[in-house]
Design a protein around this ligand. Structure first.
Ligand SMILES: [Zn+2]
Length: 354
């Protein structure tokens, strides 16, 4: 394993930042090249600890000569967000200087232009430098795993619809509980990578997505950080790498995938109609039918007549739930994967949330 650091130049208002990168060299057998990063939203740690548990497995594989394809790992992909502590809380999702989500506004460039992305960029805002470095490292690989987490959540992944069903091996390696298929037109990191691939030489492939994958993995909820889960997730990553021939050996995990596969327009965003304290009556992973009670919003404590009952807009499975127990009107309460088109007015190619 080779460790290095990318230096992100500071600007008038910030110091320079350092981005550690871990690399394992493959044996040059033509195996896929892999890129893994975690905590692009700086406070999302399940992927960070999964990588922490993965590294010893990769070091052991390296010692055996079992690393076949190059592997690039950025264990904490957002040193800028990680420094944004205010009043005791980490603000790791949006960059304070620009108010832009760290997983939006990634550079959309054709594959051939990747090298130019990181040339003479020290005068750019630090967050733009960071995004250029991350996309240029990732799009140069074949398998790209961007490890996030949701609020309270099942284990699920967002990926371009073109990667399904080829990515079923990934679902079986991780024990995924749901797959959400996007249409690949946003500026999220995962989609900036697929943009480069779509607009690049096929390199002997019959289609741009052949033998490739780029996805956003939602490793459950923000508080699902514990040693057993981290080790299990590490073995999930390792199993996927073994299935794709990046690491030699037999996959450690193989769990049948039986969860829903829903296009983003089939994900029902259940939002709070009023402000209130949230009393959930249903939990993640539960199947619900249209009209079934999901939660009660307490708007006037002491007066049950003012309670607001939130019901399921459709049949489906609850994939995520907000962790806050006070919500404002319009705040998201749950995401439900359903077989019915939702009517959220999502812009074509857009993401579900800001
Ligand atoms: Zn995230």
């Amino acid at each position: 394993m080779h460790k290095s650091e990318i230096v992100i130049a500071g600007d008038l208002s910030s110091p320079e930042f350092r981005l550690p990168v871990l690399r394992f060299s493959g044996r040059g057998t033509g195996a896929p090249r892999t890129y893994i990063q975690a905590a692009l939203h700086a406070g999302e740690l399940p992927g960070v600890v999964a990588i922490h548990k993965l590294i010893p497995h990769l070091l052991a594989a390296e010692a055996r000569g079992d690393i076949l394809g190059d592997i690039v790992i950025v264990p904490k992909a957002n040193p800028i967000g990680a420094a944004q502590w205010f009043f005791g809380e980490l603000q790791g999702r949006f960059e304070l200087a620009s108010r832009v989500n760290f997983n939006r506004d990634h550079p959309l460039v054709p594959l051939a232009e990747l090298p130019s992305l990181t040339e003479n960029i020290a005068a750019l805002p630090p967050a733009d430098q960071l995004k250029r470095h991350l996309v240029s490292m990732a799009a140069a690989c074949d398998l790209v795993l961007d490890l996030h987490c949701d609020d309270e959540s099942q284990l699920y992944a967002y990926l371009d619809a073109e990667f399904w069903p080829a990515a079923r091996d990934l679902a079986e390696s991780f024990g995924l509980e749901a797959v959400l298929l996007s249409d690949g037109n946003s500026s999220a990191f995962e989609e900036a990578v697929t943009y480069a691939w779509r607009h690049g030489d096929l390199g002997g492939r019959s289609a741009w997505h052949e033998g490739r994958i780029s996805l956003t993995m939602e490793f459950r909820g923000t508080r699902d950080v514990d040693p057993e889960t981290a080790e299990k997730d590490a073995l999930g990553i390792l199993s996927f790498l073994k299935r794709r021939g990046v690491v030699a050996g037999t996959p450690d995990r193989n769990e049948p995938f039986t969860g829903p596969v829903a296009g983003l327009d089939y994900v029902q965003m259940v939002n709070a109609p009023v402000a209130g304290a949230v009393l959930f009556e249903k939990n993640i992973g539960m199947a619900v039918t249209a009209g079934e009670r999901l939660a009660v919003l307490v708007t006037e404590p002491g007066n049950p007549d003012r309670d607001h009952v939130v019901t399921a807009p459709t049949d489906g499975v609850i994939v995520t739930r907000v962790s806050a127990r006070f919500v404002r009107p319009g705040d998201n309460l749950m995401k439900i994967a359903s077989s019915e088109l939702s009517h959220q007015g999502r812009k074509p190619g857009g993401a579900l949330e800001d």
